[in-house]
Design a protein around this ligand. Sequence first.
Ligand SMILES: Nc1ncnc2c1ncn2[C@@H]1O[C@H](COP(=O)(O)OP(=O)(O)OP(=O)(O)O)[C@@H](O)[C@H]1O
Ligand SMILES: [Mg+2]
Length: 251
Amino acid sequence: MLSAEKVSKSFGGFQALNGCSIEIGAQSITGIIGPNGAGKSTLFNIVGGLILPDSGAITIQGKSIAGLRPDELAKAGLVRTFQISRELGQLTVLENMLLASSGLSGESVWHNFWSPTRVRSEQQQAIAKARGLLEQVNLWQFANEPAKNLSGGQKKLLEISRALMLDPKIILLDEPTAGVSPLMTKALGETITKLRADGLTFAIIEHDMDVIAKLCNPIYVLAEGRTLTSGSFREVVANRDVMHAYLGKVS
Ligand SMILES: Nc1ncnc2c1ncn2[C@@H]1O[C@H](COP(=O)(O)OP(=O)(O)OP(=O)(O)O)[C@@H](O)[C@H]1O
Ligand SMILES: [Mg+2]
């Protein structure tokens, strides 16, 4: 479904990615692990259109997506989730959802002038869609609360719900369970599993090995900007190079 091939990126002489390749199969929950600084987030930032690679190819279903902006990628079916920033925290949960569905004609004053009925009906549709998505993750009851009042786990569910407003095929999640309670981590895992059963594809960067073991297959291990190995959880933990990559970091 999505392929990144031999992607390289350096920041002022420091090689963050050095010929890194991954394949994300349709309807998979692909895990990406590796020591701190391995280049995982950089890979997501490149695939998600936030930064350009120095070299390498990125394709969705065989079509190049190199150089596309995040909004163009969303149209191609790929969405990277973002943390609820301080500014977005001031907005209500529902407003956060509606903000995601950009491209509605309501943004154009011209359309408001000529076709207020159409704008209103599009807004109503967006609200109905947001409601359906928020209900699925038990957040509708907080629709009018500022997003900053949600717990860490609820914020992550809102991030995923916000991505779903764009009808993606592939969602990229960077450390979804960081700072999330065990109970909400379980809820998050269930949501992701259910969405996958509905046809979605996920790529997840994660440090929590329980989450990786339960949710992800295959798993890619990145180290020093490269793909060290990939396979099932059992396969990658049995790999000596993987152990060295992690222990080498500790010592
Ligand atoms: N914009 C940037 N400018 C300079 N260096 C950067 C930039 N982004 C990342 N790096 C460096 O590139 C390397 C890889 O960073 P990256 O954030 O991709 O690692 P990571 O695998 O996501 O690590 P972690 O598990 O800690 O999140 C790090 O050494 C980091 O300091
Ligand atoms: Mg990171």
